[in-house]
Structure formats: structure tokens, C-alpha cells
Design a binder for this molecule. Sequence first.
Ligand code: BG6
Length: 490
Amino acid sequence: MTKLVPVEPFDIVIFGATGDLAKRKLIPALFHRWCDGQIPNDTRIIAASRDKLSNQQYCDLAAGHIPAAKSGFGEKWEEFCTLLHYIALDVEGENPGWTELSSHLAPDQDKIRLFYLALPPSLYGSVCAAIGAHQLNSKNARIILEKPIGSDYDSARKINDCVGEVFAENHIFRIDHYLGKETVQNLLILRFANSLFEPMWNAGGIDHVQITVAESLGVGSRAGYYDRAGALRDMVQNHLLQLACLVAMEPPASLDAEEVRTEKLKVLRALRPITRETVAKEVVRAQYESGAIDGQAVPGYLEQLGHDSTTETFVAIRAHIDNWRWAGVPFYLRTGKCMKAKRSEIIIQFKPVPHDIVGAVEGTIHPNRLVIRLQPDEGVKLMLMTKDPGPGGVRLRYVPLNLSFADDFENGYPDAYERLLMAVVRSNLSLFMRRDEVEAAWRWVDGIAHAWNKGHDKMYGYASGTDGPSQAALLLAREEREWFDAPFGQ
Ligand code: BG6
């Protein structure tokens, strides 16, 4: 087992502590890091929310989301709860909660202090202003903002301006939890710690790239938020574009945060704008209808919502990165809810061999393909051509060279939020989005959203439990390509 290096003791204030994110992700992440000895006991977790709860009531509420499988769970949880302090604080307006928070934090002005805004982005500006007004932004204070930062370029700029009035950019940690996933980090290692790929990693060697983030769940209890966002704003603006950046960026000089973020920004700025004239050809938007997932009947999106809506739950995009490396190489991005299975995958399809010298009696030559599976069954697979052994002429087979994380490495690496929280304590900004990145991503996404607003917004349907609408398949088929949807093991 790898030895974990403990972080310095810190205070973390979680605003929105009774919300879904705090209960499902943040408190469990802190608990797991503490169980593994990475968080020292003189750390304080201050859970703030407007509900009137005692410490014990909050601990009981949060306990419901800790997987009971952890050994010694009961005792450990009780001990962990001594780090937890609950404060009833309504972030909107002046109220005694702020005074209580100030007096809690006052004795430790030099301690690392994190403010986690697990709140709607519309509150980011006012909460930062209140933190400033109560002089809580001590010199070691850092702010953590959940995505989405705004709902378009203008609102993102406003939020960034307000937050920037209270915190310097290198104290602002904008979370995209995909950047905390083990396999996403491994993408950088795969590209830059192996000499094999780089000479081919360009328009000369690569035919196209596919990035799929498919989910089998619907919108569930988040329908209120989701119906205002849709797949484009909820997933493409952040997770899918960040993945595209890591695939497409030039090698940074080092893994230093500014180097990496500057290279990602160049990719975002090189994305070819999608306009009213091109949107119908480059983008497919769709909504899930009733169907079945894992043998269970699933109602359609509108049925779940209980009212009409023009929000997309699926989007597929043919994107282009207009620079030397990627000229003419389409990046196909696709994400949706209520699809056949949960699956996040990046596929790099290399160019075919220029000439077939084999003349096989069976099988044809397929181009090499690199499959990077982010979840589930994390792994990397390189598809190669080989000869079926034995006599009887050349019979070709397309076979995987497989690296399965579960089989080849020790199990149990930390969840994305665990890694990201520890990175904030260590002040490592490389896993977080810089202001200009977020704004550049919004500029590109806004092009699509604006085109939709101008009536170029044809909505297709797809049955729940499928790979999406047939129009998404056509997006590739008209260029004689197809989505690769085979299960990872095949
Ligand atoms: C979130 C989106 O950012 O990512 C959700 O808001 C989505 O709608 C989730 O379900 C997917 O994350 P993961 O880690 O489960 O792939």
C-alpha cells in the first residue's frame, strides 16, 4: 500500500452543508482521507447551512452517506465527528451565523482555511463579498467553487469578477471533478511519459477522436437545476471540453499548474466556433423518452419533469480544433442521460495503413485504436492487428493490448473529490480551471446555445436505455465513421 503523506491541519467551511454535494461527496471524501491518516486531528470541518441543526443532528444526517462497508465504521465515524462543527448560517443577508463563523475562525489566522461553496453559482458573488466584509479571507484562505461557474460567458465573467475582488486568482480553485479522476490524470502520463504516441499524435497519424460520457441515470432529484442547464452546459462546457483539452494540448514544459492551464487554454481558443449556419450540421440535441434500462421501465424526461421543456438531455457535437496539429481531425463529443450504460471513454482512432500488402484469406486490416476508459472498469486498451496463429493462410485478427487498472494495480485509489480537496490544501492548482479557461469554454458553448435560441434547435428523441438518437450516429456515418460502442473487454 502506498504511504500517504499527511497534509497540514486546516479549517474547511462548507457552505451548503446540507445539500446533496456536501452530503454525498464532500463529507465522505474528508472522512476517507481522515481514515487513511491524511487529515490531521486538529483540522476543523465547519458545516454551514441555513437549517437549524445541532452538531449531532448534522453528524447523523451526514452518516447516511458514508458507505457502511468501512471497517470499524461506527467508532471511526464518531471520532471523525469531533472534527465537525455545524453552524446555522443563511448566506443570503446579515445574520448571527456570520458572527459565529467569524469567532470560530478568529483564533487561527495563519491556519490554512478553505471555503467550499457547495451552492448555486448565483450566490458565489454575494458569499465572497460577505467573506470579505467579515474579513475572513486571511492570507492562507482559499476558495473552492463548484462548476458550473455561471450559465454563459457574461454570467461567468461577473462571478469571476466578484470572486476576484476578494480572492487572488491563485487562491481560487474552480472544480471540475473530472480533473480529479485517476484515469484523467493518467492521460497526461500516457501522452507525456511514453515516447511511442507523440510522433503520431497529430493530423498525420490520427483520423479522429471520440469522447463519450454516457450516463444511465436520468435527472432524478436534480431536475430543477438540470432543466435550466441541459447537457451542453452541465457536461460539455466543463467535463467534455476539459477531456478534449488534455487530449489535444501541446506538451507543456512541466506539470506546473500555469504551464498546463496555458496549454489547455490554447486548445479552447482554437475551437472552431459553431454558428447559426453550422449548428444543424455539427450538433445533435435530443431528449430521452420512455424506455428500459437494465430491464426496468424508465419514464421519459418530460414525464419525469411533469411539464413541457426544450432542454436537451443528450448532445453530440462534431468539433474542430483549428491549429496545425489538429487540422482536419474531427473531435466527436457525446454525452447524455438515461443511456444504455454508464461509460466515459476517450477513443483515439489512428489512420489506416496506406496500402494492404497482406491479402489475408480472412479478416481485414482495421486502423489502430487507443481506448482510454475513464469509468467504470478503468483501463487503457490499444487495438492492434495480428495474425491468427497456425497454418491455412493469413487470417487477421483485431486484438486488444490491455491494461486494466483493477487487475494490474492495487485497488482503492481515492475518489476525485478526495484528491481534489487534498490538492487545495496543498495549494496545487494544476487540477483546477483558471478563469480564462472557464471563460473561453463558455464563449464556445455560447455559440451553440445562441444558435439554438435563434430557432436552430431541432430536438430529437431517443428511447431510454439506448446509445442516443440515430441522428448522432449519422453525424459520423456521413463521414463513413461510427461510434465505437463495444463493451470495454471486447
Ligand atoms: C456532474 C453533472 O458535473 O457530473 C451531473 O452535473 C453528472 O449531471 C455528473 O451526472 C457525472 O459525474 P460522474 O463522475 O458520475 O461521471
